[in-house]
Design a protein around this ligand. Structure first.
Ligand code: ATP
Ligand code: MG
Length: 335
């Protein structure tokens, strides 16, 4: 029997840790779709969160739990997929430490994902933040993953991970799989404030766990076409977050086409467009909220999933690490 290919993906428990619509179309949907075909590992990247703010250990834990619940809520099946806590697999640190020796300072400083993130989060970046693609290389190569479902903003990181794998293999012989990135149906979903990326560290996200009231408030105050003052002014649907969300979450395509036509001619007000969007999103979120509630009410069952998942994942990493140690001759002096 052919061995299943492996997926490694994950989320950083920054902010509240709650996942949003951007995560859904960027990566969660692919995880759910591919989990039967691939051996799937989902990493709660809490060490990455410390790289953002090392002093917030308690908040990172709380956020990690929310990230975990959201993965289950969208349909990650714990019977077939594995969810794990990054920090509980110390072998990943070992690999990270080694990879740090391989990457030159100028290469680390050049990563566009890191540069963009420092800018929009206004970070006084820690060394760990600058090096986070290298930790991500350890996460991915530590599992010898074939495929990494990510949003477009992460693709330069996958490129750096591939470089590390190739460099290592060239130096020490075939050891790591060179992974491929896989971007979702929307590469980068815009924020409700019209900025180019919905982000859980900012305040422009519609969360998968938002209740009806919060959802309504966010939709009704979302950014639309700034040039349109009156409902009778012709409006622009391209790059308009409200229409982008309609396109991606409203299953009634006829309704969306009709709204677009009328919007372009100045024959519909923002309120009607937004009320219809609210309904569509509320329908979309219904089953997700319900599944989340199921696990919220069963904290013991939920915790067991994470504990067991982390144990299973650690064994997989230990297998990969054994070969890595062999290849680099580490520890030979005491063996
Ligand atoms: P932060 O602002 O703290 O970086 P985030 O919202 O970017 O948070 P991450 O945990 O960094 O969330 O990202 C998890 C995954 O979701 C990554 O693969 C990332 O590329 C993807 N992703 C995040 N935001 C979006 C978005 N707006 N559109 C598409 N994919 C996204
Ligand atoms: Mg991010």
């Amino acid at each position: 029997m052919k061995k299943k290919k492996r997926i490694l993906t994950g989320d950083t428990p920054t902010g509240s840790g709650r996942l949003h619509l951007g995560h859904y179309v960027g990566t969660l949907e692919n995880r759910v779709k591919l989990q039967k075909e691939y051996d799937t590992f989902i990493l709660l990247a809490n060490i990455h969160a410390y790289a953002n703010y090392y002093h917030k250990g308690k908040e990172i834990n709380e956020a990690g739990y929310q990230t975990f619940l959201d993965n289950l809520a969208v349909g990650i099946d714990p019977e077939i997929s594995t969810i794990l806590l990054e920090s509980a697999i110390p072998e990943l640190y070992e690999l990270y430490g080694f990879f740090l020796t391989m990457v030159k300072k100028n290469r680390a400083m050049r990563n566009p994902s890191v540069k963009d993130e420092i800018e929009y989060k206004k970070l006084d970046a820690s060394m760990a933040f600058i090096c986070y693609p290298i930790l991500q290389a350890a996460d991915i190569l530590g599992f010898n993953a074939d495929l990494v479902p990510v949003g477009e903003d992460q693709m330069p990181i996958i490129e750096q991970v591939r470089e590390i794998a190739k460099d290592f293999n060239r130096t020490y012989g075939e050891t790591f799989v060179v992974p491929e990135g896989k971007v979702g149906r929307v590469a980068r979903l815009v924020g409700t404030d019209g900025s180019k990326k919905m982000s859980k560290s900012g305040s422009n996200a519609i969360f998968l766990s938002d209740d009806e009231k919060t959802l309504k408030e966010k939709v009704m105050s979302a950014y639309t076409d700034p040039k349109r003052i009156h409902a009778t002014d012709p409006g622009k649907v391209e790059e308009n977050p409200v229409f982008i969300y309609h396109d991606n979450f409203n299953l009634n395509k006829k309704e969306v086409d009709d709204l677009k036509e009328r919007y372009k001619k100045g024959k519909v007000g923002d309120i009607e467009v937004k009320e219809k969007l609210f309904k569509a999103l509320n329908n979309f979120l219904g089953p997700i909220r319900e599944k989340r509630r199921y696990y919220e009410e069963k904290p013991k069952e939920a915790k067991d999933i994470l504990v067991e998942g982390t144990k299973k994942a650690r064994k997989v990493v230990q297998g990969v690490i054994a070969l890595f140690r062999e290849r680099v001759n580490i520890n030979k002096l005491i063996e």
